[in-house]
Ligand binder design. Structure first.
Ligand code: INI
Length: 162
């Protein structure tokens, strides 16, 4: 039996974070959480690039552009979509999540999904660094593990040491 898994070692890996300005009170905290996880796992500051977009809807396009450039081992997408009185929320959530999934699968790059989809601001706040942790940090942790497991899987597929 052989097991292929990703370490949580970040040295030498490069990450792009795409964050949306909409609900920046929340997304700023998600960004802090993501950067904190990466740097605590030895990712160098110069190996982290942060891109800002207007809203969650715009995350997939910039994520795709980053993926196509091929300079990063993983992308972390951060956003906060909060329900209003109209179905707008559903469209933004659906297309953002679908778009990011497409980027990941089509471009074969890990995309950490740190997009909150909440009923109200309070729900978002508890997921952005208080009672329910920090989903930006969680997305960064997943991206770190995925970057490493993808490297290992590619080596294993070529019969190399991983
Ligand atoms: N964008 C968000 O990131 N969060 C929201 O809660 C939100 N709401 O509620 O409207 C939102 N809308 C903007 C959208 O992402 C686009 O930026 C906008 O439609 C322009 O393309």
């Amino acid at each position: 039996m052989r097991t292929i898994e990703g370490s949580l070692i970040g040295s030498g890996l490069r990450f792009a974070i795409v964050a949306s300005r909409f609900n920046e009170l929340i997304t700023g905290r998600l960004l802090d959480g993501a950067v904190d996880v990466l740097t605590r796992h030895d990712v160098r500051h110069q190996d982290i690039e942060v891109y800002w977009v207007p809203g969650a809807w715009e995350l997939p396009l910039i994520a795709k552009e980053i993926a196509l450039a091929g300079k990063h081992d993983a992308i972390i997408a951060l956003g906060a979509v909060i329900q209003g009185d109209t179905p707008h929320f559903d469209y933004v959530c659906a297309e953002t999540s679908k778009g990011l999934a497409h980027v990941s699968l089509d471009q074969r790059v890990p995309v950490g999904f740190g997009v909150l989809t909440c009923s109200n601001l309070e729900q978002a706040l508890v997921r952005a660094g208080s009672k329910s942790g920090n989903k930006g940090a969680d997305a960064a942790m997943s991206a770190l593990e995925m970057a490493n497991v993808l490297i290992a899987a590619r080596k294993a597929a070529k019969g190399e040491e991983y």
